[in-house]
Design a protein around this ligand. Structure first.
Ligand SMILES: Cc1cc2nc3c(=O)[nH]c(=O)nc-3n(C[C@H](O)[C@H](O)[C@H](O)COP(=O)(O)O)c2cc1C
Length: 463
């Protein structure tokens, strides 16, 4: 069987808050997520993930509260449902200082911060991490975030992606098209630090942004951070096809996932790129232990702490629908969303058994691990599951949410990683070099066929 040795990649899904995707789990005696305010909590986690040869840690972020459920943010605040939440970017330098290879996918939205200071912040991190930083480009989904940034509401779904397109144009120009590789010469004799003729103004004048000048950071190892993306609506996929080098998806079943993955790969090809030029990671929660029985007992124990209401707070925000209005037995019918459209569409599709998703199912799915499914079992059972999903859906790997932290990641590193390595389907050592090179093996910089490379001075010189 050709695909039996297909490699599986892991990424950790986290956020600078408690119980990231698993509302209520902060109450579990072994959960340490309330320590999210301590640097040592993050540096220990980074070391653990590197020991498990994870590709990276993906740090989600929102700039508003989940106030769709019940029409207010009261339930979100009560449950600690991604509020309070601290800044993700500031965690990265500390985690980089204690690791050598782990990648960092930092979430930042294109709706609320001007691209100029943001581009510098990413360049700074790319320097400090030795080229291990990625940017998860999000367009926002919470109206509360838009209001706090002075807008009446968020823009319409597709318009948000139009803004993102221009935002990226600005940042590509800054990262790729401002400083020539040999601009900084540090010539002690002549006293020239940087050759001014090799630093170019970008002269950007667009519909949403005006940036006339130069980038104020010198080129970093990757220049453009690895571009991550996580939206799977038709407009989201079109955006990903032009820009993404890694894509996070969430699908409740294998059949739904297979469809999402093939749509993304087709779109990459239609954009003139290789079908495999973006690594696709699907959201999953693994609950495991020495034996299947112990794993199921652990899951039962966790469920005592999981909160269905907390899950519906999240789901209402993601779907843009107040689920408190519905009976738990209500099917998710034909609702229209201005939030994460792909989430709603996924639930509206019947799964393999022709089952219709009801509000209750959504709460049960979401109370541990958010929008992703859950697999519970021994290392052998979980590894079988992972191989089956990868082989049948063409996905590259898994974005792993936690039930409790660091417990869930410790179990994965202790039980699952060695089992996959034993089967020859998981890396036993890292590829040296930058995050981009580790993921795609084609060097540190954007490849020529990527949209951002079109702004590169190396390509301008060829004209
Ligand atoms: C696994 C996953 C993680 C996401 N993480 C974030 C996040 O941290 N912050 C955010 O604002 N949006 C996040 N999103 C939302 C998307 O990036 C995107 O803005 C949204 O999915 C709208 O996309 P769509 O309608 O094209 O699917 C996430 C989506 C998925 C599927």
């Amino acid at each position: 069987m050709v695909h039996m040795s297909r490699q599986i990649r892991f990424n950790a899904f986290d956020m600078n808050c408690v119980a990231h995707q698993s509302s209520g789990m902060w109450r579990h005696p072994l959960d340490q997520s309330a320590r999210y305010k301590e640097l040592g909590y993050w540096t220990d986690l980074a070391r653990l993930l590197e020991r498990g040869h994870f590709d990276g840690i993906f740090i989600a972020d929102v700039l508003g509260t989940y106030d769709v459920y019940g029409g207010s943010n009261e339930a979100a605040i009560r449950h600690g449902a991604q509020v309070p939440v601290n800044d993700p970017v500031l965690l990265v330098s500390a985690m980089a200082a204690v690791t050598e290879h782990l990648g960092f996918g930092v979430t930042a939205g294109t709706a609320y911060e001007h691209p100029y200071p943001f581009a510098r912040r990413m360049s700074t991190l790319d320097h400090l991490t030795g080229g291990r930083v990625g940017w998860n480009v999000v367009t926002g989904y919470l109206p509360s975030a838009a209001r706090n940034m002075g807008h009446d509401d968020q823009l319409e779904h597709d318009q948000r992606y139009d803004v993102a397109d221009e935002y990226l144009e600005v940042t590509y120009k800054l990262w790729e098209g401002s400083w020539e590789d040999d601009a900084v010469i540090r010539d002690r004799e002549s006293g020239v630090f940087t050759d001014p003729s090799k630093v170019h103004e970008i002269g950007h004048r667009g519909e949403h942004f005006t940036v006339p000048g130069i980038h104020i950071s010198e080129p970093s190892p990757q220049r453009t951070p690895v571009i991550y993306q996580a939206g799977a609506s038709p407009r989201g996929i079109a955006f990903a096809a032009g820009n993404a080098e890694a894509i996070f998806v969430a699908a409740p079943t294998k059949a739904v996932l297979a469809g999402v993955v093939s749509r993304i790969r087709d779109a990459l090809e239609a954009a003139g790129r290789d079908r495999y030029s973006a690594k696709i990671y699907t959201l999953l929660t693994i609950i495991t232990d020495e034996t299947s029985e112990k794993a199921h007992a652990k899951h039962d124990d966790y469920l005592q702490y999981a909160s269905d209401e907390g899950a519906l707070v999240f789901m209402s925000g993601w779907m843009g629908i107040d689920l408190s209005q519905y009976d738990l037995d209500e099917p998710i019918g034909n609702v229209k969303s201005n939030a994460i459209q792909s989430t709603v569409a996924n639930f509206q599709q019947a799964d393999e058994d022709g089952k219709e998703w009801k509000v209750r199912d959504i709460a049960r799915l979401g109370n541990i691990g958010g929008l992703g499914p859950r697999v519970v079992g021994s290392a052998v059972e979980v590894a079988d599951f992972l191989q089956e999903w990868v082989e049948e859906t063409d996905v590259d790997g898994f974005n792993l949410a936690y039930a409790i932290t660091p417990g869930t990641f410790e179990d994965i590193v202790e039980f699952i990683v060695p089992e996959l390595q034993h089967r020859g389907v998981y890396q036993t050592q890292y590829v040296p070099g930058t995050l981009r090179h580790k993921l795609h093996g084609r060097g540190d910089r954007l490849p020529d066929e990527h949209r951002g490379a079109g702004y590169s001075l190396r390509n301008a010189a060829k004209v």
